[in-house]
Design a protein around this ligand. Structure first.
Ligand SMILES: *Cc1c(COP(=O)(O)O)cnc(C)c1O
Length: 373
């Protein structure tokens, strides 16, 4: 039996940097809640990504939730959210009592279609916020989307959970929106075992988010509360893992990009196309994803089944939010007559993109896929 190949799994540094920082926290008895690791992880991330403000949190989902609150989203408000994404992009809209309106994708990046966004404004009016996602680490059409949001003064929340290290016009994803969020969940490009970060342009938002994340204590000696708080702060242990992971992030991105190039080489000639990268964008290639040609005679699920039998993980593309039972009542806007997101879901597949894979492993995966055609 060959070794298991994962879709994307935690990958600690060979040097053991993560353990050093965790050990340091133990020695200083600074396990939780705060401490040097949290501050330094935030500082390292700010420098790496070019963000003005960063707040380390327990999850990317928590960062989205606090971004909603900071953007002033509340009961009955509408938030326009990319349709083709993981449910965590959309769930926080409902946490604050607002309603999602899902926006279809375009075919040039698989992300939010600016034409559908404009159409949604015409139909539903100006939303309280827009949530754009860089699917699988591939930057959305940020020029167009930022321009629309600027025109109507709509706060943009950039879900860069999968796109740490990706760039657009040379600027890192997560810094374009008024708010940006990162995830350090176990399958992401770096992990803290679980965690996230909120990035924001305004220092006042960062101070508010930090306060909300730590039970919303007012600055009094006694416990005084004037708004509802949350327990969302990242622990000093998790932040230690994050500090160690930051030392290898550039390497991890290079590995992901090498895996992507190898797939392009070994799958050449088959009736499929790769997720396209738009002009002026650089993708971190978190998950290499392909679209099978219409009428090629192979169903993506046949490929995932075949790979599973060989102990290899792969996945369908995210199932669009508008076809999720839990969001059955939400509005959905497409620029074209039919939903692009549905077509991508029906024909797409995420290939294993684990940084612990060798290029020989990629070749093996491709050999198996070739037998299907
Ligand atoms: C992983 C992910 C999230 C959520 O991050 P967590 O840290 O798991 O809460 C949000 N959005 C997208 C697109 C993701 O892939």
């Amino acid at each position: 039996m060959s070794d298991h190949i994962y879709l994307s799994s935690p990958h600690m540094s060979d040097e053991g940097y993560e353990l050093e920082y965790v050990h340091d926290a133990f020695q200083k008895n600074w396990i939780a809640p705060l401490g040097e690791n949290v501050n330094e992880f935030e500082n390292t991330m700010k420098a790496y990504i070019g963000a003005k403000n960063a707040v380390a949190l327990s999850a990317g989902t928590a960062a989205l939730h606090l971004s909603m609150i900071c953007a002033g989203v509340g009961r009955g408000d509408k938030v326009f959210c990319q349709d083709l994404t993981f449910s965590a992009s959309a769930n926080p809209i409902t946490y604050v009592g607002a309603e999602p309106v899902f926006i279809d994708s375009e075919r040039e990046t698989w992300n939010m279609d600016p034409a559908a966004l404009k159409k949604a404004i015409a139909i539903h009016g100006i939303p309280k916020a827009v949530v754009v996602v860089h699917l699988y680490g591939n930057p959305a059409k940020l020029d167009e989307i930022c321009e629309i949001c600027d025109t109507y003064n709509i706060p943009l929340i950039e879900d860069a959970a999968e796109a740490l290290g990706s760039a657009y016009h040379g600027r890192k994803c997560g810094t374009f929106g008024k708010y940006g969020i990162l995830s350090f969940n176990g399958n992401k490009i770096i992990t803290t075992s679980g965690g996230g970060m909120m990035l924001c342009k305004d220092g006042s938002d960062a101070r508010h988010a930090l306060k909300l994340a730590t039970q919303a204590r007012e600055p009094f000696l006694w416990y005084q509360h004037e708004e509802i708080g949350y327990n969302y702060r990242m622990s000093n242990i998790c932040a230690g893992i994050g500090r160690g992971q930051m030392k290898v992030i550039d390497n991890r991105i290079k590995q992901k990009q090498a895996i992507n190039r190898a797939y392009k080489e070994y799958l050449a000639g088959l009736p499929l196309t790769f997720q396209p990268v738009t002009q002026n964008a650089e993708a971190n290639c978190w998950l290499t994803s392909v679209l099978l040609d219409k009428g090629c005679g192979v169903d993506p699920l046949e490929i995932t089944d075949m790979l599973t039998k060989e102990n290899i993980e792969s996945r369908p593309i995210w199932k669009p939010m508008h076809s999720q039972p839990v969001f059955r009542d939400a509005a959905y806007v497409t620029a074209e007559d039919t939903a692009v997101a549905d077509d991508l879901f029906n024909r797409g597949i995420c290939l294993p993109s684990d940084t612990k894979m060798s290029l020989e492993d990629v070749e093996r995966v491709c050999r198996i896929i070739r037998t299907m055609f």
